[in-house]
Write a protein that binds this ligand. Structure first.
Ligand code: SIN
Length: 280
């Protein structure tokens, strides 16, 4: 069964599709599972609304796309360690994941996909925005595509200002004491999607610190250009959350950012990442 068998409405011209008529609270048939996977690969981001899932149900749904894995910096539910809670309490200033990035690119096998489930949604704001690094690649000049093709990026888990000003600033998230400086991986700046064959720019403003073999100062102008180019408004789509919505994105094709525009309100989402392969 292909994605065409599903009712999918685009979220924007660049990427993203909302899928209607799938009940993810029950095990999916092989046909529906294959169609959803095809829809995810085609649209890079898919959204299903009005699902009522427990952490175990979220893991069951995630297994249609691969093997759920463990995120190093937040402890998951006791019974489902693959599922973490992302919480912004009304008193928190920051929100988790609020700058553009692809997930955990500092690991040797970064996750192919991330699934996020809306548990408590503020009455306004708190959207997640996505940018197609695939479309951004297609819109580079052939000369720059060629120049980037042999370069690699060094990705590190440290966040600007260190942990105290970074991941620890969430009052109700189970942050672990994992040493972030130790997690580092070097990946191609341009990666080829193993399923679609499409290329994308694989650098992001949180984790990619420099071009391999270049100093940070030498790398900065090129990386800044690529970060800005990927996240141009015409390369993006935006998911407006509702309680029970599930969004699945392809970390090989898109970047995302959590929009921190609901100060004083509470938002809770549950997240699962799906084990990846070394980017090539
Ligand atoms: C994340 O970066 O994984 C969180 C995104 C969000 O909460 O919108």
């Amino acid at each position: 069964m292909s994605a065409a068998a599903l009712d999918i409405r685009p979220l924007a011209g660049a990427c993203g599709g909302e899928v209607f008529g799938v009940d993810a609270t029950k095990p999916l048939s092989n046909d529906v599972s294959a169609a959803l996977k095809a829809a995810w690969l085609e649209n890079q981001v898919i959204v299903l609304r009005d699902q009522d899932l427990s952490p175990a149900g979220l893991v069951t749904l995630a297994r249609n796309f691969g093997a759920p894995n463990i995120y190093p910096f937040v402890k998951g539910f006791d019974e489902q360690p693959e599922v973490i809670r992302i919480v912004k309490e009304p008193s928190d200033d920051k929100t988790f994941g609020e700058r553009w990035h692809s997930d955990t690119t500092y690991l040797p096998n970064p996750p192919i996909a991330t699934m996020l489930y809306g548990v408590e949604i503020p009455e306004y704001g708190g959207d997640t925005a996505f940018a197609s690094a695939q479309l951004a690649y297609e819109r580079l000049s052939p000369a720059l595509q060629e120049m980037l093709s042999d370069l690699k990026g060094v990705n590190n888990a440290s966040v600007p200002g260190g942990r105290a000003s970074g991941r620890l600033k969430f009052s109700n998230m189970a942050i672990t004491d994992q040493d972030e400086n130790k997690l580092e991986a070097t990946h191609p700046l341009i990666r080829t999607h193993p399923d679609t064959g499409k290329k994308s720019i694989y650098v992001n403003g949180i984790h990619t610190k420099r071009v391999d073999g270049w100093t940070e100062a030498e790398s900065k102008p090129l990386l800044d250009y690529l970060f800005d180019h990927i996240t141009r408004p015409e390369h993006t789509c935006r998911v407006q959350w509702t309680k029970g919505a599930v969004t699945l994105w392809d970390n090989r094709a898109v970047q995302h950012t959590a929009i921190n525009d609901y100060q004083g309100l509470r938002r809770e989402a549950w997240r699962v990442t799906i084990e990846g392969e070394p980017p090539k």
